[in-house]
Design a protein around this ligand. Sequence first.
Ligand code: F6R
Length: 259
Amino acid sequence: MEIIIRPTQEQCASIGGRIIANLIKRKSDAVLGLATGSTPIPLYSELARMHKDEELSFSEITTFNLDEYIGLSGDHPCSYQFFMNEELFGKIDIRSDFTHIPNGEAEDIESECLEYEDAIRSSGGIDLQVLGIGSDGHIGFNEPGSSLGSRTRIKTLTGKTIEDNARFFDNSNQVPRHCITMGVGTIMDSASLILFAFGEGKADIISKAVEGPVSAMVPASILQLHPSVKVIVDEAAASKLANLDYYNEVYANKPDWQE
Ligand code: F6R
């Protein structure tokens, strides 16, 4: 795991944007895994800026989102489809038929999940997956206790996640109880991953995910076993890391050839 700590969210997003731009330069038809929530918003703004100011093109890019609420249509303002259209897809030159988000209104959820897995496989697999982290350690909506080998499936959100996400809805009763999410195993199949976390509220869980034992009770901790993960966090989210000084030293002395 490479831990990159920068003072602000914007500086973290700028590093993330550069990593994605470099990938697209190397592979114009790369497959990106995308997240929603507050965390990736600065990254998506940066990608939209790079598209506008630096001619970064997404015309051949395929995307797969991690998750979607069950029961919300794509034009519901709290759906992740709506979020992606507003925050990213509507601002770049991506082809809408190259973007994928689980269908939370599918009649047959089980088939929807199997087809989602097939679509990821048929695309050649995810080159780079963007992740946020829930305050309970979830990635995607793989809540504590999720199988570390799980695939795309229906999950029930924890009370904590419902409480955390109520800020996007009028009240917590409106937050759907169920979602479709890529599994932990699906996420771990990505060739590389970047996990972003910002703010003091994520400091405890970042220290557990990065420095604690690998455990299904902290699903993000499985990333310790992946060969290509960058954890990009602001100083507030990094504040409880025991090896903080070492991570800063590694980043400051990174050889040029390592990008
Ligand atoms: C969203 C997702 C979740 C969020 C997590 C953090 O697609 O998969 O794992 O990344 O709940 O949410 P925020 O960024 O709102 O703190």
